[in-house]
Write a protein that binds this ligand. Structure first.
Ligand SMILES: Cc1cc2nc3c(=O)[nH]c(=O)nc-3n(C[C@H](O)[C@H](O)[C@H](O)COP(=O)(O)O)c2cc1C
Length: 357
């Protein structure tokens, strides 16, 4: 199991959903970054559960306690370590999934890999709760990036069949991204929020769950960041994005829509504007040859429906080796997407910090 990300900076995530605490260590951060703790708390609260019917009712404050690497709200250059306590656990809810694995969750493959020794309570180290330390690390990273003029924001592009407006890939204002990155339910077109909430509620009432898409962008990245082959901006981002549980797809720019397009229509031409090279379109999402073009970085992430639903599902009993119907207890998100927006932004910040340091 590797829970360490990054090359120039290393973010190591530890903990289990129903253990004493979760947290992270960030190694390689420059000294002297002045941290705005209010901004960090804001990002943590955007991801925190228990706020409304679109999220699990498990109430957790998610207040990070910094135990190393910061003095007078400023990074010291020593490893920055933070812990977040688990205060609201109900482990009995997981007694039946010990031997009867949840479809689409990590239970069965993890049972095989770790011989049943892994902590299954609340999903253990596979839980979406482990994204809280990622949001913390991302909140620190984005403050450094903001000082360099790099601003990140994401929104819910789609939940089930309900869509928000998409980013205009070649013209994204820092103000739009900043405002999205403060919202709890981040959408560009505010009229789509109610429709998305109804879609989530419809599936929740059916004891089911629904998936969706998150679109993320970053502006202010100069041309020339990244590398080719195995050092690409896409590869660096994708590796950490796939560390977010429930992420099943990542695409840059037009992504899979390139499959049905032709070069004349989608090539990003150049022009000289105000004495500088500028792109006429941004179908490549700000990256070509693995290296940034200077246009906004634009990518989107597919999030699957929450695996744990309370409808009866087909599974097996690993002890008796018989087929068994599973009814899942416990508190689960009817849709992961709204809470994952801040996580996607955080991962983008961690990857960009690693690429630009
Ligand atoms: C913010 C967040 C919250 C999540 N909440 C739940 C949940 O309540 N119930 C659940 O079964 N899975 C939840 N997940 C997803 C599972 O952790 C994930 O599907 C599982 O570990 C299997 O990994 P995979 O989907 O990447 O294959 C959540 C994921 C995230 C990012």
């Amino acid at each position: 199991m590797s829970s360490v990300a990054g090359n120039k900076i290393k973010v190591s995530v530890f903990g289990e959903s129903h253990g004493e605490a979760i947290g992270c260590v960030i190694d390689g951060l420059p000294a002297g970054i002045k941290l705005n703790m209010e901004d960090i708390y804001l990002q943590m609260s955007r991801r925190a559960p228990g706020k409304d019917k679109t999220a699990t009712p498990r109430l957790e404050k998610d207040a990070p306690k910094i135990i190393s690497g910061v003095l007078n709200d400023t990074t010291t250059g020593a490893p920055l370590a933070a812990i977040i306590e688990n205060t609201n656990t109900k482990s009995a809810d997981y007694s039946n999934v010990l031997k009867v694995p949840r479809p689409s969750h990590s239970d069965y493959p993890a049972y095989v890999k770790y011989g049943g020794f892994n902590d299954i309570r609340g999903g253990g180290h596979f839980s979406g709760r482990l994204t809280a330390p990622l949001v913390f690390a991302g909140a620190v990273a984005r403050q450094y990036l903001a000082q360099k003029g790099i601003i990140i924001g994401a929104h819910i592009k789609r939940i089930g069949s309900v869509e928000d407006l998409a980013f205009d890939k070649n013209s994204i204002s820092p103000e739009l991204l900043s405002s999205l990155s403060e919202k709890t339910f981040s959408v560009i077109d505010s009229s789509s929020e109610e429709k998305m909430r109804s879609e989530i509620e419809r599936f929740r009432m059916e004891r089911n769950s629904v998936g969706g898409e998150i679109e993320c962008a970053a502006v202010g990245i100069p041309a020339g960041v990244g590398g080719n082959m195995f050092d690409t901006v896409e590869g660096t981002l994708a590796q950490i994005l796939f560390g977010i549980p429930a992420v099943k797809g990542v695409q840059f720019g037009l992504g899979f829509d390139f499959c049905s397009s032709n070069a004349k229509d989608v090539n990003d031409g150049y022009e000289i504007k105000d004495g500088r090279v500028s792109l006429l379109s941004n179908n490549n999402g700000g990256v070509a040859g693995g290296i940034t073009t200077g246009a906004p970085l634009v990518f989107s992430v597919a999030i699957k429906p929450t695996p744990s639903i309370s409808l009866p599902q087909r599974s097996v009993n690993l002890e008796t080796m018989q087929n068994e119907e599973l009814v899942i207890n416990g508190r689960h998100d009817p849709c992961i997407v709204p809470r994952a927006v801040s996580v996607v932004e955080a991962v983008c910040a961690i990857a960009l910090l690693d690429l630009t340091l």
